[in-house]
Design a protein around this ligand. Structure first.
Ligand code: GLN
Length: 223
């Protein structure tokens, strides 16, 4: 039997605000359509994790409390995730997960949650507005329509290295000033878009293609 495509869902039980697990279900659908079986592993607290064993890593959104708990455990995986991301393998991180790939996330209660510090970005809190509502933004994969709900404002520390995932048509995205949504670095994507984001078929198919490519190189099959 063909080897299944393997997906690591980081802290599936803790990081799944607004139905972000729908992103994984949608990817399973598109990958099944391409003829692949899919195995999803929940990498939760204290679980061993070697990113190299996976074709795709997913990290959903979370509330501040869950993010605090997850951030403590996540440190163990810094090296394996850095190697995975730098090798250009595909990953999608939503909202709270996106924030934790950066240096830190300042919460509304004044605490600072340390992130992995893999990507040059940071997230701060400002009391004037929580960013809630429908969003629309234009990406290389077409227009994306989604929903956002976050207090954190994300800024890039090295705009040469990170590219925005999209340009805002409606909503806030990374923060109220920059007019951009999310981030792409190699094949790692970050976004504030729930809804889930991958209900937008253009970006879902684009990420499914990247997963198949990574799967074929992992199991040593020509693309
Ligand atoms: N707790 C974070 C914030 O409010 C992320 C929220 C989320 O993942 N939906 O900014």
């Amino acid at each position: 039997m063909a080897e299944p495509i393997t997906i690591a869902y980081l802290y599936e039980d803790l990081m799944n605000t607004y139905g972000d697990s729908g992103d994984v279900k949608i990817l399973r659908y598109w990958l099944n359509q391409k003829g692949f079986d899919v195995r999803v592993d929940n990498i939760s607290l204290d679980a061993p994790f070697n990113a190299e064993d996976y074709d795709f890593v997913f990290f959903g959104g979370g509330q501040d409390y869950e993010q605090t708990v997850v951030a403590r455990d996540l440190k163990r995986h810094k090296q394996t995730l850095t190697d995975y991301i730098e090798a250009g393998k595909p990953m999608l991180a939503i909202c709270g997960g996106y924030q934790l790939l950066g240096a830190y996330y300042e919460t509304s209660s004044g605490t600072s949650i340390p992130g992995l510090g893999i990507l040059p970005l940071h997230t701060v809190f400002k009391a004037d507005a929580r960013m809630i509502g429908d969003t629309e933004f234009v990406t290389d994969f077409g227009t994306v329509k989604a929903f956002e709900n976050h207090s954190g404002r994300t800024y890039f520390d090295d705009p040469e290295k990170l590219h925005p995932l999209g340009k805002m048509v409606q909503g806030y995205g990374n923060n109220p000033e920059d007019g951009v949504e999310g981030m792409r670095y190699k094949n790692t994507f970050g976004s504030y878009a729930h809804g889930p984001i991958l209900k937008n078929a253009g970006i879902a198919k684009g990420i499914a293609d990247l997963i198949v490519k990574n799967h074929q190189s992992r199991i040593g099959q020509p693309a």
